[in-house]
Design a protein around this ligand. Structure first.
Ligand SMILES: NC(=O)c1ccc[n+]([C@@H]2O[C@H](COP(=O)([O-])OP(=O)(O)OC[C@H]3O[C@@H](n4cnc5c(N)ncnc54)[C@H](O)[C@@H]3O)[C@@H](O)[C@H]2O)c1
Length: 339
């Protein structure tokens, strides 16, 4: 039977979630909710479901199994906490947009509350839900790379928006760090540098729009992340490289191309996104991620098996906060465990 779901916060990304639920057989979209009534009404008309203007009303009137919280806020994350906590208190399964929160205390509370409520809590870390990422994961698990040694990640996009010094790190790099953790596990220590791009009309950006984060993982892998909000608009870049004693892979532009380079031998393995039946674009990652969430909730998997869980969302935020402390203090910082 389809899960009865609602979407809370229906602007750009909330409508993307609503569209996925509308077309996925595992879900029945029964309602949308936004504190701006016109947004709730227009999404309800578009997706043929009921509109609510408060989470309290939504929870009182609908018998829901799960919700998406797509509310955003300061540094794209400050409005997630309240609706997530209300829904967890009502024992609803919650899929929350990234960043889980821009406030690390709130993020920790949310993960704890989900655990205590015994419900599923997922984060929309959608970049890893693509076939080539899964294939690369399989190579790592099968030992095709041998003993893991190094990883490099690049995520450069164009985002001229400004909210705060740490907007770029907190809002974008949950994605890149999640990909790195997907292959290399928990991050143990970080050391970071950052700069602010000049503005065309003089002065500097408010946010540290470029960053270099050196990482040491708990399993001994070392590597780095370079991130930017100043990339040329038509040349966004997302590239992950992982190297082991037997070879390395490069995953290019999220889902476009995966290449394995064996340490010994000349024959590469290349997997390309197919124009016939492959991902149609970045938007399709919402479909693949949300479908996996619906599958896992429907199947009733053990809580710790939820992919891109609240704990994963918290772990990347802990690494980001450690990187910020490192930039501020010129220090090497330990990353607390996401418990
Ligand atoms: N996973 C991805 O690839 C990806 C891409 C872009 C954005 N995002 C994330 O998606 C989220 C939403 O982004 P957006 O651009 O649609 O944000 P937005 O600010 O344009 O829209 C948020 C909506 O939520 C509503 N809202 C706020 N608090 C609410 C509450 N308590 N109850 C009900 N409604 C509430 C607002 O009125 C608004 O309509 C952000 O967290 C962002 O980081 C994720």
């Amino acid at each position: 039977m389809a899960l009865r779901v609602a979407v809370i916060g229906v602007r750009a990304i909330g409508n993307t979630h609503a569209e996925v639920y509308q077309t996925d057989d595992l879900a029945e979209l029964v309602a949308v909710c936004d504190i701006v009534p016109e947004r709730a009404d227009s999404a309800a008309a578009r997706w043929d479901c009921r509109a609510y203007y408060s989470v309290e009303d939504l929870l009182r009137n609908e018998d829901l199994d799960a919700v998406s919280v797509t509310t955003g806020g300061f540094e794209n994350g400050s409005w997630h906490y309240e609706p997530v906590m209300e829904c967890l208190a009502a024992r609803k399964h919650v899929l929350c947009e990234k960043p889980i929160s821009n406030n690390i205390q709130h993020a920790r509370e949310m993960v704890r509350a989900a655990r205590e409520a015994g419900v599923y809590f997922g984060i929309n870390l959608n970049h890893r839900f693509v076939p080539p990422a899964a294939k690369a994961k399989q190579w790592v698990q099968e030992g095709r790379l041998g003993h893991l040694l190094l990883t490099n990640m690049t995520m450069w996009i164009d985002n001229p928006n400004e909210t705060s010094p740490w907007f770029h790190l907190r809002a974008l790099h949950p994605h890149s760090l999640d990909i790195m953790r997907y292959y290399c596990g928990d991050v143990k220590r970080v050391q970071a540098f950052a700069n602010r791009a000049p503005k065309p009309d003089g002065g500097q950006r408010v946010c540290f729009s470029n960053a270099q984060v050196n990482l040491e993982f708990a399993n001994g892998v070392v590597g780095h992340l370079t991130g930017s909000y100043d990339a040329a608009p038509r040349h966004n870049l997302e590239r992950c490289e992982v190297m082991g004693t037997e070879g390395r892979f490069i995953l290019d532009n999220c889902y476009e191309e995966l290449t394995f380079y064996p340490r010994r031998g000349e024959e590469l393995t290349v997997i390309r996104n197919s124009i016939m039946g492959g991902l149609s674009g970045f938007g399709a990652t919402f479909r693949t991620r949300i479908h996996r969430w619906l599958e896992q909730v429907t199947a009733g998997v053990p809580r710790e098996q939820i992919e891109a869980s609240g704990e994963d969302g918290l772990a990347v935020q802990e690494a980001i906060e450690a990187a910020i402390r490192s930039i501020e203090g010129g220090t090497v910082e330990e990353v607390p465990a996401a418990v």
